[in-house]
Design a binder for this molecule. Structure first.
Ligand code: NDP
Length: 296
């Protein structure tokens, strides 16, 4: 029987655990605050920001939001970031990507105070992660680790193939999984669009993590029996639905399920975990800034 790993259930447990930590902070007179910054009016980004605000309300994190006009000069965004760096009620914030073309996202990230960088994208936090001393694990890779843990899948000594080398998913996940740690100790292969014979790399893996942004790229023919399959992808494809589209992952679920020992669905797999881990990082940021120890 293939185990379908339920990301909604695991995320819900994580949120429950966070409420205890939030109470500890409240007892010490502090309430964690998360801000979202949105430059422009991209509808998908607006939806993500709304979801993050709703998530905050549900667990008792104060949510703040800053809108910046999509046509404004980059300096307007930088000013908003400087204000958030100075705001003691905001313990963490994210600048929703993508930013408009005339703004360099790397310049934006460098301006975020690393102690408030709950995405974990600032070079200081990336460096700490690579050095095995992570302050904030980026939300999606951390969520993948938590999903594996929840399904009692030990990564030690396992061959893991990650399809995708982005700065937000593939690279940090690879770095986390090779750490000499209880939730690392894996042997990791990182694939990308120039990888030769992708199927050979996925067939060689005990665990496949698909994060390529290509609908149903990985199918059952690319997997050995018993592989654990984590599907990070979220892709809109045209479909005969009310909305005119449906969401599919980077894994062809039905054929992959035939081979997998455990697999995450899309939606309901990694997505809810990414959201939960942002809340986790916000509580951690508050704990660090308020100097209040919490159980995370
Ligand atoms: P990026 O576009 O930044 O990176 C995609 C990576 O996949 C690149 O490294 C690219 O290679 C590689 N790739 C593309 N095509 C192929 C191919 N045919 N074979 C092998 N590798 C390929 O994407 P993200 O990492 O930001 O996101 C990946 C997916 O995950 C998307 O569907 C996104 O929506 C989803 N996502 C989901 C999240 C969630 O919470 N569930 C969170 C974040 C992302 P190259 O470097 O050579 O271009």
């Amino acid at each position: 029987m293939t185990e379908i790993i339920d990301g909604n259930a695991v995320a819900s447990e994580i949120r429950d655990d966070l409420t205890d930590a939030i109470e500890t902070l409240a007892d010490a007179g502090s309430r964690p605050g998360l801000a979202t910054v949105l430059m422009g009016d991209d509808p998908a980004s607006q939806t993500y920001v709304n979801m993050k605000q709703r998530d905050c309300e549900e667990v008792g994190i104060e949510s703040h939001h800053v809108d910046v006009d999509g046509d404004a000069p980059p300096e307007e965004l930088y000013d908003a970031i400087a204000d958030l760096n100075d705001d003691s009620e905001v313990h963490g914030y994210i600048v929703q990507a993508p930013v408009p073309d005339h703004v360099d996202y790397r310049d934006v990230i460098r301006r975020v105070d690393p102690i408030k960088d709950v995405d974990g994208f600032h070079p200081e936090n990336v460096g700490r992660l690579v050095a095995g001393d992570a302050r904030f694990r980026p939300c999606t890779p951390h969520g993948v680790q938590k999903l594996l843990e929840s399904a009692n899948i030990d990564t030690e000594g396992k061959d893991v193939t990650i399809v995708g080398r982005s700065d937000i998913v593939g690279k940090p996940l690879a770095n986390l999984l090779i750490q000499k740690s209880d939730d690392g100790n894996a042997t990791v292969t990182v694939c990308h669009s120039r990888t030769d014979d992708l199927a050979a790399k996925t067939r060689n893996a005990d665990i496949v993590v698909a994060a390529a942004g290509v609908p149903e790229l990985v199918d059952g023919s690319m997997l050995e029996d018993g592989t654990v399959v984590i599907d990070v992808g979220v892709n809109r494809v045209d479909a005969d639905t009310d909305k005119g589209y449906e969401l599919v992952g980077d894994v062809e679920f039905e054929s992959a399920k035939e081979k997998a020992s455990a697999i995450t669905p899309v939606p309901g797999g990694v997505g809810p975990m990414t959201r939960a881990m942002l809340l986790y990082n916000t509580v951690k940021a508050a704990s660090l800034q308020e100097d209040v120890a919490v159980d995370l």
